[in-house]
Design a protein around this ligand. Sequence first.
Ligand code: CTP
Ligand code: CA
Length: 226
Amino acid sequence: TQLFSKSECLKGKRALVTAGGTQEPLDPVRYLGNRSSGRMGYAVAQALQEAGAETILVSAPTDLPAPHGVSRMSVQTALEMYDAVLANFPNMDVIVKAAAVADYRPATRAEQKIKKDGTNRTIELVPNPDILAELGRRKTSQVLIGFAAETENLLVNAQEKMHRKNVNLLVANDVTKPGAGFGSPTNIVSFLFPDGRRIDFPQMSKLEVARNLVGEIANLLGDCNK
Ligand code: CTP
Ligand code: CA
């Protein structure tokens, strides 16, 4: 893969990246969350910006500073992320869905802090919308990139997601490997394409993964084939 990041090859393109793990409130002081650090999505936003794209980052809570030159919209829940992404989608050329979106949210959100009473509790959960699948249904000319973090049957599960969500490229990573996935500064990924092509990468920094991804995005947009 060639690296295009420094060449401003996405100048004039508009990109939206989602990052971080959504938080689904139970009451004013508690939420259901996940182990996403946001690092992979932030690296993708940085690499797109370096390649010249006007880049929006729709970010669930993280400890990370917004990459230079990227405009950030902060959201907390999957529903907030859904609204922010869908509102911007029609104006975008590229969408990268690196966020770890909660599949479910608590059915109700208590107005006041929930009190303990010493008995067992059950939390009822209701499904969140699948943002990426919705984008796959609405897609016109946009390049749509999904991620799949798996703990088993990586390539089979990832292929199924790629087709089900109608994405142009799926980044698959086995989060059980040391040096990959949640919280790690590095990642070990494969890029899967709907035509059956696959590129397997060795362990590399998330920024290197992001720059390789931006190279493939440029190919998919048909730009920079110099
Ligand atoms: N995704 C999304 N909206 C959701 C859930 C997932 O947009 N409600 C996106 C993620 O951002 C990611 C891709 O879908 O790009 C795959 O997420 P993943 O959790 O691996 O797949 P799911 O379809 O949720 O399937 P499962 O968790 O059951 O494996
Ligand atoms: Ca999921």
